[in-house]
Design a protein around this ligand. Sequence first.
Ligand SMILES: [Zn+2]
Length: 122
Amino acid sequence: MAEESKAPSAPAESAAPVSEGRSSHRPGPRGPRPGGGPGGPGGPREGGRKYFRRKKVCKFCVEKIESINYKDVRLLAQFVAESGKIVPRRLTGVCTPHQRRLSGAIKQARNIALLPFAGRAN
Ligand SMILES: [Zn+2]
């Protein structure tokens, strides 16, 4: 009846005004957790992998190296990070028995100054 009483300011609202109808009772897929913390154990996952990993196979098993020579610096250096730390098995894929020998060899090599205890400390 009173068609002209409505202001022609928002003519596009006639489609679906659901946005503010029942927003108060909607749980949603990830609603606010009751008493939950700010983030949770998930955390932001960003794909910034520094160590590019290939197949996860133990290099020593593949090459059938049973005893790791501590004098083989070129070999050991592959498993020492730039900071001087031994790269963990997770990243290198070395199996546990070999990682043990490897870490032992690296420590021996450190002792005779073939490998650094710490990287370049400027
Ligand atoms: Zn192995």
